[in-house]
Write a protein that binds this ligand. Sequence first.
Ligand code: THU
Length: 134
Amino acid sequence: MDYKELMSKAAKARESAYAPYSHFRVGAALVAKNGNVYLGCNIENSAYSPSVCAERVAFFKAVSEGIKEFDAIAIVGGKEGETSTLCAPCGVCRQVMTEFCDKDFKIVLGTSEKFEIHTLEELLPLAFSKDGVK
Ligand code: THU
């Protein structure tokens, strides 16, 4: 997988971020096992709690189209005007990833110039998963 290119796609998705309250703009590019790439950006709301993260937008776009198997997600985010920060996914997004992804699902963080690759198991150890409720 070309992670640099995936990070570029996440950076492009970030351009659509709607973040007038936090001014923290995030883009995500999610690769499905069939090769499709789903993009997401954070979308905030004046009532605050309806706001949604870029990662979940990407996941829900894919799942709403019947796609439920994934290999990797690239995430690019930071305060408006900043390009070199590392944006780690929030706990809720990690839990959503756990619903659809294996422990070795790759999470790529940073920028297209400098990034690091983590697994889902590293970022959410001892996760509560669907096996727990079967
Ligand atoms: N946000 C994301 O979209 N993804 C993350 O991984 C962290 C946080 C959004 C939520 C909110 O719109 C803004 O960034 C500040 O928290």
